[in-house]
Design a protein around this ligand. Sequence first.
Ligand SMILES: C[S@@+](CC[C@H](N)C(=O)[O-])C[C@H]1O[C@@H](n2cnc3c(N)ncnc32)[C@H](O)[C@@H]1O
Ligand code: SF4
Ligand code: SF4
Length: 385
Amino acid sequence: MSSRTFALRYIGKAALGVPRDLVKTAVAAVKPIRPTVLIYNCTFVCDARCQMCNNWKRGDRKAEMSFARLEQAMDHPFWHAIENLNISGGEPTTRNDLPDLVEMFVKRLPRLRKVGINTTGLTPHRAIPQLTRIVRHCAERNILFSARVSLDGIGEIHDQVRQVKRGFDKASETITAMSALADEVPQFQFGLAATIFATNMKDAKNLLTWARAKKLDIVFNMLRFTDAMLGNSELQEQIGLGSEEEEFMRRFYLERVQEESVFSGQTFMYLHYADMIANGYKRTMPCPFQSQGLLLNPNGELFYCENSKEIGNLAVEDPADVYFKAENIAYRSTFKDTICTNCLSPCQVNVGAMKQFVPYAKFLWRAYRVKRHPEQHRETLPNVP
Ligand SMILES: C[S@@+](CC[C@H](N)C(=O)[O-])C[C@H]1O[C@@H](n2cnc3c(N)ncnc32)[C@H](O)[C@@H]1O
Ligand code: SF4
Ligand code: SF4
């Protein structure tokens, strides 16, 4: 299905939940509420060895929480507020039970609206049947399902970033099959994700052209370093963006703002990224993980978000006890003034964005101005304390 139709469906579903969302957001400001967004890194085992991510180095199947233990832990009213689930890793399709996992979440999470999976697509004979089963299962239950294959360049550049022989050809096989399925199933949104840094910067525009020729949505991730999510803080010194790369990315994001609708989630994220590059990495984007999110890693480790310290372990503790523990809640209340100030995480940012009417209206006005006069971007930057 086209990303516009999917977006409309998503907005439609989100709109139905707006009164409840507003109440939740208001309540979250005064007392802790259960999480509504969950990221589950279901494995760190991987079929690539990417230059910008270290998860492939920490794959350990034996240390992972078993399916049975996870299902037992998810059988708890604590999880009943989850609306958005993102399954990542490592490479999710290396798990034989990936479709069973999704079906278990669908069964255990009564408020689930949307499931997302990121995949390398590098093992098409596993990825295609697994994703197809998930697409059908979610569609039958009217749950939106979104999948993205990561593509970091065309041809050899992709193989170089991912350090996989014939990686581009293999990923293309999955892309072709998923793209055909998305044309057929209205509840399924399919697209690509690219992470741009020095190795593949020169290929960013080729990627865009390639995706457009195939009518595929593509999102450009801002390079970031986070130990809980990517295990890669040690790579920052080696591959962090230099000033030339930063300026390229700022302009590249502004070009995307010019091309996209001001109402698209990507425009929201790209303008904020361009802002952060221009303002010395001061974050102005909202984030649902500040008050209603959780990150679960393969061995059961729980984090409030990708930059938090570990707050407990689902394999051995009750999730509600961990999440609501006074000491942990006090720790989370420090985030806004500490780890959030320079955070580049895009995770589920759109979940929070449209619920904050005044900041969102200000953003729309700025996006409109920047679209017309991108050269004046720096003059539109909001003041950040
Ligand atoms: C960690 S991967 C996990 C799923 C799967 N293995 C894949 O590569 O799609 C999820 C997404 O994070 C992106 N990513 C990897 N390293 C990154 C980095 N340093 N900064 C930003 N995004 C990154 C990947 O390109 C991918 O789109
Ligand atoms: S980005 Fe994805 S494929 Fe690459 S090493 Fe990280 S988890 Fe593996
Ligand atoms: S550190 Fe980043 S991911 Fe964590 S709550 Fe703050 S903004 Fe969100």
